[in-house]
Design a protein around this ligand. Sequence first.
Ligand code: KG4
Ligand code: ZN
Length: 368
Amino acid sequence: MPDTLTILGIESSCDDTAAAVVRGPRVGEGGGTILSNVVAAQTDLHAAFGGIVPEIAARAHAEKLDLCVEAALAQAGLGLQEIDAVAVTAGPGLIGGVLAGVMCAKGIAAGAGLPLVGVNHLAGHALTPRLTDGLGFPYLMLLVSGGHCQFLLVQGAEDFRRLGGTIDDAPGEAFDKTAKLLGLPQPGGPSVEAEARAGDAGRFAFPRPLLDRPGCDMSFSGLKTALLRARDELVEVQGGLRRQDRADLCAGFQAAVAAVLAEKTRRALRAGAEALAAPVPALAVGGGVAANRQLRAALEHVAHEAGTRFLAPPLALCTDNAAMIAWAGLERFRAGGRDDMRLSARPRWPLDRQSPALLGSGRRGAKA
Ligand code: KG4
Ligand code: ZN
């Protein structure tokens, strides 16, 4: 028996149809090798609607899934007979898309006689630093994207403790709404970051939501309201926005998001150390917002202060992809995890079953 496992991963919980093949050790720790990583984005299909339309997403997934799987196998240079198991995102996410992925995976598993492994999408994000860097347990993961925002203390491949999360919008959602309010292109994160470069972060006093309260929970919807108010005041006084106003608003907003995430990370590292009764050895970040340079620098600084290692996986593996699903599937599979044809798609699926559900539900699916 070879000492490696080769897993086909499938992801379709949001607006990216993805398939990948990943190889990793059959026993023990150590990182993985990505043999292929195919992503078909749906950005164009949803552009006219100003957000993701679940029905359009589901239909596009159903059309593209088998093509992505074929491409992933071809790029890896492998046939299904060389695959050990099929891993698929079974939730949380937009139910039509998750269902399309689960049905596709069941078909392949049944047809090829392969084991089926259902994977939690958030576990995929949270275990990515193990795929890329062979990071050992435990570590603190900050997941920040358009649909997710939470601190997870990761102590095992299926052992996640949520130390805090957003009670309303995810940061990426706030970046996207900010861009919309200022007439900047979507996705909002990169456009707001680019504008902010020429801006003065001190001109507008944006709030730092929930910093006055203990704990690691966060809130980002008030920031967007503050930005809207500042914009409207400028429009009323000047009759419109100048280029510099836009840059200053973006810089102020971005600085507020980075400051809140940095301070909450400080607290999460302390809470994690308390839970472990030892310092948290590593801080990792994932999700699309992890691309933000000011945020990365702020988190790196926090980690440095705390004497903790800092890891940020390459951007293509921070955003939604199937390599992370294949890897999380590999970790479950080698620990004995298996599913059968009764595997169901779950719109909500908290990683940490002990923590109470968070309030926000977000446009891109569950955050809990
Ligand atoms: O992880 P992702 O690709 O998809 C999910 O939301 O699951 O993250 C996309 C989000 C978008 O909201 C986008 O505006 C944000 O990540 N984003 C950024 C940056 N690049 C992408 N936010 C801030 N700064 C960036 N450079
Ligand atoms: Zn995601």
